[in-house]
Design a protein around this ligand. Structure first.
Ligand SMILES: Cc1ncc(COP(=O)(O)O)c(C=O)c1O
Length: 431
């Protein structure tokens, strides 16, 4: 356990430290409560006041093997005793080479660019698509098209393809680059797919293909943009349309990758291969920040024959992060997640479905290790968050979405407790 956090610490935090999507200089009583964590083990977060809660969020979807995993810990300790960081310009190292080998063995891609976060890997993907067309002597192909309701990260390039209505466009109009949007696919994951579902996209590609570098989508599951599950058939047709109109296909698997939807990668639901693929989050089992932009041989060869690829962050392929990545992928390769995922899916379905009986609930849906209770109205975070903690669960809703993405190591009993916690709080507030 780390040292206990004092009330002075909390006051300092409130005055001086920004948290995600928050205000600084705020007494916590005026804003959201902050829950100080002093330890974490397995699926549990230990809070300052002695309570422990089941982490339903996997710390924003990345701690897939749980906290304090012995193999992850050992891998990092071993690497720290060798070297923690070296620049990647002009130097290379075994952790990066091993991790690239593993990534390319588990995906149909050819080259790896290590980035320091999911957002950066999306920036890199967009840049890569643009450099691809510069190399092909078609620099006018520099726009991106995407489907509404997406979330790709918070940096400027990412914001430009995030949902135009609920994303941050209105804050930064005229600053973020302007790209193209079509409505999100109307066919849900299990719906019958019809060709009409492609019509917006087909028209977009037909009219604008000459200025499009690529199409970016989160395959099958739109995450932070709405926890929306759509038909894999859409991805199949999207792949064909990208070929027909000579546009690169970028899959953002940062949230969906490494088993979250029940397949190792979400694109496997559709059996399609993108030209560029972003991975992050669970890549390091959540231990350290690392992401990667993978691409086909055609993309890396075309770009590289023309010019260097213009990106190279200070912490590129950080050896500690790569060591965590290697350990995380070794744990995944053992395959326990493949037994766990169906159990998690059915336990979430069983545990969350009773919520459909509440008038305040619009929909309950589950795919792989993702369970979503969609409310009719946005929840009041300041009210609901402490109630979840009182119920022994860490769940952090946004907007109308109360959702969970637990670590893959969670047991059936812990899943039942997680779902009971959610249902009881929703009943208390809306039942
Ligand atoms: C699909 C997707 N892409 C990109 C990102 C951005 O990743 P990061 O927060 O590591 O920058 C996220 C984060 O939630 C995501 O869900």
């Amino acid at each position: 356990m780390s040292p206990l956090i004092t009330t002075e610490d909390i006051a300092f935090d409130a005055e001086h430290i920004w948290h995600p999507y928050s205000r600084a200089h705020c007494l916590t009583s005026q804003s959201m409560a902050l829950f100080p964590v002093v330890g974490a083990q397995g699926v549990y977060l230990h809070i300052n006041d002695g309570r422990r809660v089941i982490d339903g969020m996997s710390s924003w979807w990345c701690m897939v093997h749980g906290y304090n995993h012995p193999q992850m810990n050992a891998a990092l300790k071993q690497q720290v005793d060798q070297f923690s960081h070296v620049m990647f310009g002009g130097l290379t190292h075994k952790p990066a080479i091993d991790l690239a080998r593993k990534l390319l063995a588990m995906t149909p891609m050819h080259s790896v660019f290590f980035a320091d976060s999911g957002s950066v890997s999306v920036e890199v993907a967009i840049k890569m698509a643009m450099q691809f067309w510069i190399a092909r002597n078609q620099p006018e192909k520099n726009k991106i098209v995407t489907i509404k309701g997406g979330y790709y990260g918070d940096t400027t390039g990412c914001m430009s393809v995030c949902d135009p209505d609920n994303g941050m466009h209105h804050w930064f109009t005229g600053i973020v680059p302007e790209h193209f949007f079509v409505p999100r696919p109307q066919c849900r994951f299990n719906d019958q797919f019809a060709e009409q579902h492609m019509e917006h996209l087909r028209q977009m590609l037909e009219h604008n293909g000459h200025q499009l570098a690529g199409v970016i989508v989160e395959p099958v599951v739109q995450g932070a943009g709405g926890m929306y599950f759509y038909s894999p058939q859409f991805l199949v047709r999207l792949r064909q349309l990208c070929n027909d109109y000579d546009v690169l296909l970028i899959h953002d698997e940062i949230a969906t990758g490494f088993g979250r939807t029940g397949k190792l990668f979400a694109c496997e639901h559709a059996g399609v291969v993108p030209d560029i693929m972003c991975v992050g989050k669970a890549l390091t089992g959540g231990y350290l920040t690392l992401a990667a932009t993978l691409c086909s041989r055609e993309v890396s060869r075309t770009v590289s024959e023309h010019s260097p690829f213009m990106h190279g962050p200070t912490f590129m392929a950080n050896p500690l992060a790569c060591a965590a990545g290697n350990a995380s992928l070794e744990i995944l390769a053992r395959g326990d997640w493949q037994q766990q995922l169906p159990m998690i899916e059915s336990a979430l379905r069983e545990g969350l479905m009773p919520c459909t009986e509440m008038a305040a609930v619009a929909d309950v849906r589950v795919l792989g290790a993702i369970g979503v209770v969609e409310m009719r109205q946005p929840v009041d975070m300041a009210t609901i968050q402490p109630l979840f903690v009182d119920a022994g669960v860490w769940v952090r809703p946004f907007g109308r979405l109360v959702y969970v993405m637990p670590p893959y190591i969670i047991s059936q009993q812990e899943l039942a407790a997680l779902c009971r916690g959610i249902c009881s709080v929703l009943h208390r507030l809306y039942g």
